[in-house]
Design a protein around this ligand. Sequence first.
Ligand code: KG4
Ligand code: ZN
Length: 366
Amino acid sequence: MLVLGVESSCDETALALVNEAGVVASVMATQMDLHALFGGVVPELASREHARLIGPLCDELWRQAFPGLDPEEGWRRVDRVAVARGPGLLGSLLVGVAFAKALAVSRSLPLVGVNHLHAHLLVAGLPHKGAGTTHLEFPALGVLVSGGHTHLYRMDSPSSMTALGRTLDDAAGEACDKFAKMAGLPYPGGALLDMLGKRGKAEPRMFPRPYINNDTLDFSFSGLKTAGALWLKNHPDAFFPHGLRPVKERLEEDAPQILCDAAASFLLAVAETLAIKAERAMGQFSPRCIVVAGGVAANSVVRRVFGELAARKSVPLLIPPLSLCTDNGVMIAWNGLLLAKEGMHHNLEMPAIPRGKPIPNDFVCA
Ligand code: KG4
Ligand code: ZN
């Protein structure tokens, strides 16, 4: 089965074709530099950019997937159109959903709406080159950590994913980005903090592990953000200095050591908070593997701390390759394929669902 996936929920426009063996072709355009000018994603600009980019990207996907082949012949090989239908920025989602519906109608293909969050986790099971023998086995514990979301899931199958906990305020990535911004780093600063942290020494008591003295599996990272702001206020020497050259080029030479130490400490607080609640979730059921996914799964401290948890619990840890941790079209196509295999699709009424609203179980079963 060959599935086309469309992703446009935030600031990445991405398309991919996958089959049971893995990725056939994948293209993406990021708007990161545009939004960096404003210090965060500007929804109106994001949707306009999606609308501008999605058509040419589709042409590029076709060239990559079927070089030298008549596009009509390429289309005849496609079995489903999958699209991220939420959660995300509504204007952005609508571009991808309208595009996918148009393709589905014009090519008489079934449409499969995909939950963007589920897709982040399920892509850990995608076959890819260099993969070991570890498979995504159900039930699995899913830890989704991105710029907009922090969720713990019990994963029983691609169509049965139960949220056990979620953040009540800031997402883990958002907390990292805000701490980085307050320290003088450009948006999104999570990956830059990671680079700085690698040159620093973590002090476990520098920042709190927030919202752990309770019996829920929810998170709250706003207290950590405040602790970070307070620490920076008391340590003006930790700020990353202004300069003419791009920050990335000056990271090595210009970052104060005290900021590197704080970055390592902040990331340790984030990672340990996530792992504490993940371990508690494992008290509720016995997962056959732990999946950590989303942009923050790229973080080296998160990877290490979850590696230690998995080893302690003797459960395999699955983390998608870096290119599939941040938003991409492959994960949407793969999730669409898994749902299609279960006989699920949507009719053309399927609405896009913005962040904060529950995604309905409105599949039409074949
Ligand atoms: O999943 P994603 O691409 O987008 C969504 O939010 O849906 O995640 C982006 C987030 C941003 O907050 C970014 O700063 C963070 O992932 N991120 C990282 C790293 N790489 C990306 N945070 C910490 N360490 C990293 N290496
Ligand atoms: Zn995402």
